[in-house]
Design a protein around this ligand. Sequence first.
Ligand SMILES: Nc1ncnc2c1ncn2[C@@H]1O[C@H](COP(=O)(O)O)[C@@H](OP(=O)(O)O)[C@H]1O
Ligand SMILES: [Mg+2]
Length: 245
Amino acid sequence: MSDAALARHIAETAGELLLTLQASGLIQGKALGRAGDRVANAFIVEALRQARPDDALLSEEEAADPARLGHSRVWIVDPLDGTREYSEGRSDWAVHVALAIDGVAAIGAVALPALSLTLGSDDPPPIACAGEAPLRMLVSRSRPAAHAVAVAEALAAELVPMGSAGAKAMAVVRGEADIYLHSGGQYEWDSCAPVAVARAAGLHVSRIDGSPLVYNREDPYLPDLLICRKEHARRVLDLVARIDA
Ligand SMILES: Nc1ncnc2c1ncn2[C@@H]1O[C@H](COP(=O)(O)O)[C@@H](OP(=O)(O)O)[C@H]1O
Ligand SMILES: [Mg+2]
């Protein structure tokens, strides 16, 4: 199986496990989120260890193994992105499975199980036609980034609150929104798979200063990102630079 097909298969299966856990009705609220994190992580870690024993792994739910820093190929996974939304029974949560090669988000799959949808870097959907004005900008529903709010105001864009970095990034890939701009905190697992899919789909992906997103660093904190249709990137990056000046 190719790396891309493996990423997709694992993300999809973890999503099915999460839906089953939720549908049992036996665990609710924050405990459901905790159980989801653990169940999905256990499956993903074992599946990757069996299928790719020579590769390294970085998961939100595992103690970081410093040996990964000596590896070129590192699987970077977020077993349940949007834990809060999953535990509330909403549809904006995701499973992220990515393979970073030499620091680049090379291959990835993002499952959106509540939408019965998995998007992979091997088969990204064609970029949809630009929507009608105003532009739609995605922000965290629990902690909207200051940069995003300021840029939206400057662009007279509509703010669309949504949970999960993966769900937001895939909303841009699917043409439901134009820009996902985040600042103020995130980790490599929050963005690696979404960035691999968005890149393969032909979208702009970068840090908010325009520099590349680099993965498998010693400190996995990767606090900001911009994913958007290419035609908006320059304007958004210029606005961010002006805000930070
Ligand atoms: N300021 C911040 N600091 C650290 N992590 C953040 C963050 N803002 C968002 N995130 C993480 O990014 C993911 C998407 O967040 P949001 O829905 O608010 O956009 C969540 O992942 P998890 O659900 O895997 O924890 C969340 O924890
Ligand atoms: Mg996450």
